[in-house]
Unconditional design. Sequence first.
Length: 467
Amino acid sequence: MPPLRRLLFLFCAVPLLAAAPRPLPRLKVSGNRRFLVTADGKPFFWLGDTAWELFHRLKREEAVHYLETRARQGFNVVQAVALAELDGITDPNPYGQLPLTDRDPERPAVTPGADPRRKGAYDYWDHVDFIVDAANARGIYVAMLPTWGRWVKDTPLFTPEKAEIYGKWLGERYKTKGVIWVLGGDRTGEGFEPVWRAMARGIVLGAVGREDYSAVLMTYHPRGGAKSSTWFHNDPWLSFNMQQNGHGVPGIRQPFLHIAQDYARTPVKPVLDGEPLYEDHPLAFRAKELGYSFDAHVRQYAYWDVFSGAFGHTYGNHAVWQMYAAGRKPVNGPLMEWRQAVERPGAGQMRHLRALAESRPFLSRVPDQTLLRETWSGADYIAAARGDGYVFVYSAQGRAIHLRPLPFPRARAWWFNPRSGSVLEAGEHDSSQPLEFRCPSEGFGSDWVLVLDEAQRRFPPPGAAAR
């Protein structure tokens, strides 16, 4: 190839390549059983995105664009499905490939080679590999659903035997990757427990060669608004509980109550809202009557959940989960194509929650509504949490905050803006007495976090890197 043509080829090929894959730190449950940490004990705030159709619908260059966007926005987890909901068994991916041979989970459709330029060499699972590597190279873990629940419950392809064989194959294939396993997929576990337990066993046997569930992070994604993954709460494979709090109107739907219920369960396990109200989703599936959600709604779910005990949060956008584009059949009326939707305001604002949580002693945070003299109700709900030397209070619509005496005698106060991540200083106060704070603004969309630090600790401004 002439030098100029070769240079042009390399230049044009760069956007399609994953950055060099690098191993991400192994994640595990923290010692206090409330959070996730890396293998060396560094706290991990899960900031996820629901990208259910990522493997099934996006080309290589599209997947890279999506992942680079989410990495820029501060996301460190994407949730995607291997056997996708939207006819993923019979509708091929953009390269004409299906995941299974004859719809049989015991027979993943694999071919020799993995070169996308060679016809017949780049199979469905090579494409999944490429996306997993591209995500990991950008600091993003893949929360992989082996199958959507549809293929277990509604159109069953799995027996327990097939589930274990398929799970073992997946566990072996991705054992060195930054993958977190999510069983289920928007379906009840009731009546199908043997299938899911067999799949979990297969994954861990494939990943570590023995039934050592402590070496693999795994959870279960349940049906919307029903219950969490607590069908399996006492199972050794369930590392943490995952809620799907659904797409109802904030204030009427109260996700923080579900998080609090799981937080109180024994044995203690971390809890996460793995599918809250999506941005741009028809509220309660009633768009004509209630309209669509927007950034203020998704912030409410996020801060309520985390301050009620969740170890992180998953965001979602209604066009992005289905990777909607022209020519595709829309599901429940997406407002725009996915390339526009990845830049919606709510997605860009989620990073501020992560920054806030990471700027204070992380593993000591606990929910504590007893700090409040008044919590309001519905969409005005105020949520409080405290940790080693600090208190967080989220006022969903800027309502006044009335506090009882704090666990430390003198407090340095800040207003943290969830919309921008900006900070306003609010003075020092005698916190041995009840306190009252008026938010800088009030009304729908004017949510604020009051941060109260033990004055002598001299923490950096909220959202800044911890010293």
